[in-house]
Design a protein around this ligand. Structure first.
Ligand SMILES: Cc1cc2nc3c(=O)[nH]c(=O)nc-3n(C[C@H](O)[C@H](O)[C@H](O)COP(=O)(O)OP(=O)(O)OC[C@H]3O[C@@H](n4cnc5c(N)ncnc54)[C@H](O)[C@@H]3O)c2cc1C
Length: 390
């Protein structure tokens, strides 16, 4: 490692030692957790470590891939909380506006994100998840606004969001994809109702959004009317690939928790457990390497259709195996721990992590559908029969 990288590592480590929250898993309520997330994000922004993947000129942006890795590794090493609340804002909104937004939108929204404005993503609907082009929420153009009516589903942290990346149908003519339009919606606008969804592990991490004659100004459209499908690809590519470098390094960083657990549970001499740990640790390394390659290809313009799907599937499968081993090694006693369970790994409760791990095999596009993308669009295998698609 170069001297410059060593210095960066030292600086990040020292800063984290004095600033990383220690007791974040013990937050008494979800509101306390969210407040903690806002404070932690503010601190990271001020220190220049919140958005290393943004370009130079932004607070701490313009980092090379190697520098980003160092920052993510150190965050994981310090066991600092992941920025769950700002995830959509700093990754998905940024990628979307950077690729497809206009200057006015970037000037208004990107600085606001750094000041704490949070976003959710309103793509999925009842009947439009894997088949996203089946979206029915209507956006009707009336003068200088779109009037939006419909329902969105599974919107992560929507109950805490200020703004929403919204995909609506503005036309039923022609191909389903051609009638979609991409809007930036204010969650406080009249007609927006958010209802949290209760999940298996006792959390309400995502929510339904009901839209009743919500007015979205024309200026808040990203790209042209009817070009929403192409804009959504920028968001999805971020969701399926860009975010996974941080997550991969987080998982690698938290391998220490798993090894501690194995030691604590007296299974350090169990050849089967050790073999599994070895295999898992190779899988974690492979996921990090895939995420690195994805980002390198993206930066150099060599990204291919399917690259992001490969990274996402590798991450979700590894995460599931990671949490599964934790549950088996930890046994019943570990399940009595009652942490805050928001998040998909490292909550402090292996059973919660295990249940959450399934979320990643669905969120951002299910594992099966990613495999279809890899098979059909990357490997050019025959397309599945039409009857499969809803
Ligand atoms: C934790 C979590 C967070 C999420 N956050 C958000 C968010 O913030 N914003 C948002 O808009 N959405 C979000 N989602 C929604 C997510 O994108 C959808 O759940 C996902 O796209 C799958 O859609 P679906 O649930 O409608 O499943 P369906 O499309 O109904 O699929 C059901 C099953 O059928 C399989 N299947 C469907 N079609 C095919 C096919 N052609 N070939 C093979 N198998 C197929 C799927 O793989 C799946 O196993 C989130 C989901 C989760 C779990």
């Amino acid at each position: 490692m170069s001297a410059a990288l060593e210095t960066l590592r030292e600086n990040v480590r020292t800063w984290l030692a004095g600033n990383a929250p220690k007791d974040w898993r013990e937050a008494a309520t979800h509101e306390a957790f969210v407040t903690g997330q806002r404070q932690w994000f503010g601190k990271l922004v001020a220190a220049g470590y919140a958005i290393p993947h943004w370009p130079a000129g932004w607070q701490g942006g313009g980092r090379s891939l190697a520098e980003q890795k160092v920052i993510y590794e150190e965050l994981a090493r310090a066991d600092a909380p992941r920025l769950l609340l700002s995830f959509v804002s700093t990754y998905h909104v940024f990628a979307t506006l950077q690729e497809c937004g206009n200057d006015a939108q970037r000037a208004r929204y990107l600085p606001a994100i750094l000041e704490g404005e949070t976003w959710c993503q309103g793509f999925s609907e009842p009947g439009a998840g894997s088949d996203l082009a089946a979206i029915k929420t209507r956006g009707e153009r009336r003068g200088d606004v779109y009037v939006v009516n419909g329902q969105k589903l599974w919107s992560t942290m929507a109950q805490y969001a200020d703004k929403c990346l919204l995909l609506v149908r503005t036309s039923s003519e022609g191909a389903k994809q051609a009638g979609l339009t991409y809007l930036l919606m204010d969650m406080k606008a009249p007609g927006v109702t958010v209802r949290p969804i209760h999940q298996i592990q006792g959390d309400e991490e995502f929510a339904e959004i009901f839209l009743d004659n919500v007015e979205v100004p024309l200026a808040e459209r990203v790209g042209e009317e009817g070009a929403g499908w192409a804009v959504a690809q920028a968001t999805l590519s971020s969701e399926r690939g860009l975010t996974l470098m941080e997550l991969g390094y987080r998982m690698r960083g938290s391998m220490g928790l798993l090894t501690d657990l194995i030691r604590k549970s007296g299974k350090a001499g169990d050849a089967g457990v050790l073999r599994e740990l070895g295999r898992l640790s190779a899988q974690v390394d492979a996921t990090c390497a895939l995420a690195d390659r994805f980002l390198h290809n993206r930066i150099t313009g060599a990204e291919q259709v399917g690259d992001a799907s490969i990274v996402k599937n590798s991450y979700s499968r590894t995460l599931r195996a990671w949490a599964d081993l934790g549950v088996r090694v930890g046994g019943l006693l570990e399940q009595y721990r009652k942490p805050i369970t928001f998040g998909d790994l490292n909550t402090g409760n292996w059973m919660a992590d295990f249940m959450n791990s399934y979320a990643w095999t669905i969120a951002g596009g299910s594992e099966e559908v990613q495999r279809n993308i890899i098979a059909e669009r990357m490997l050019e295998m025959p397309r599945e029969p039409k009857s499969w698609v809803a």
